[in-house]
Design a binder for this molecule. Structure first.
Ligand code: AMP
Length: 181
């Protein structure tokens, strides 16, 4: 019998306790990316609701959002837009500060990466507090994007990120949830 999506993802995602610091359960998707069937299934599931809906761009958050986002863009025949840590993009950028667990950082996108009114899907591997994704949503909105959805393989619902994005009016799609953080 074919494994359910949840079984496939649970078997493919590796959990590393106390990384990068004590008390964190790091959900490592490199094992999922290395598993051809699980990688394909995750991408197919994320893509499914949006095929044929005329999405123009996939915006991926550095770095794991680039891998998933590139595959999703290919499947949807959409363009790909990288959202990066500050100082990495070579052309003129727009920048936003976003909150981390301790302190703030900044992320950037090329100013000409999205035209006003384009339909965009935001992609990352995991949503925790939602601070990173909220920063990306602000950048995309500032450039006039119509954000169709924000998609993640993993949700950590106890950290409230999904609710935070939904409060901004963003539709959130995730494939599997883990308790705790
Ligand atoms: P946040 O801004 O709190 O939603 O954090 C999301 C970003 O941090 C994503 O880019 C994730 O890849 C990474 N991240 C946060 N918590 C974890 C975790 N427990 N395991 C793996 N990655 C995480």
């Amino acid at each position: 019998m074919r494994a359910t999506l949840e079984e496939t993802l649970l078997a493919a995602i590796r959990t590393i306790p106390d990384y990068p610091k004590p008390g964190i359960l790091f959900r490592d998707i490199t094992t999922l990316l290395g598993d051809a069937r699980a990688f394909r299934r995750a991408v197919d599931e994320l893509v499914h609701p949006y095929s044929g809906t005329g999405v123009h761009k996939i915006a991926g958050i550095e770095a794991r959002g680039f891998i998933l986002g590139g595959a999703i863009a290919h499947q949807l025949s959409a363009g790909f837009v990288p959202i990066r840590k500050k100082g990495k993009l070579p052309h003129e950028t727009v920048r936003v500060a976003y909150s981390l667990e301790y302190g703030v950082d900044e992320m950037e996108m090329h100013r000409d990466a999205i035209r006003p009114g384009e339909k965009v899907i935001l992609v990352d591997d995991l949503i925790a507090t939602g601070g990173t994704a909220e920063g990306a949503v602000k950048l995309l909105t500032q450039m006039g994007a119509e954000i169709v959805a924000a998609c993640f393989v993993i949700d950590l619902p106890d950290l409230g990120g999904r609710a935070r994005l939904e409060a901004l009016g963003v539709d959130v799609r995730t494939l599997i949830a883990f308790e705790g953080h």
